[in-house]
Write a protein that binds this ligand. Structure first.
Ligand SMILES: [Zn+2]
Ligand SMILES: [Zn+2]
Length: 71
């Protein structure tokens, strides 16, 4: 039995789920920081957040909706 790991190729970390990996990636690696605010990487969203924790929680809410639609 093999458990598929979701691997971040940037920082070499494994995650339990695809959502965890996406949230990690978009929070840690591709978020845009203008000096004071972190920007949501979703192009249709454009919300900004004061810290990575707030952005992470926000991204989880994006993916929570996707999970509802795909499962
Ligand atoms: Zn990473
Ligand atoms: Zn967003």
């Amino acid at each position: 039995m093999t458990i598929k790991k979701h691997h971040c190729q940037v920082c070499d970390t494994d995650f339990d789920s695809d959502v965890c990996l996406k949230v990690h990636f978009q929070t840690e690696h591709i978020c845009m920081y203008d000096g004071t605010q972190l920007m949501c990487p979703k192009s249709y969203c454009n919300k900004t957040w004061p810290n990575a924790e707030a952005l992470r929680n926000h991204l989880i809410s994006h993916y929570a909706q996707e999970i509802l639609f795909t499962e």
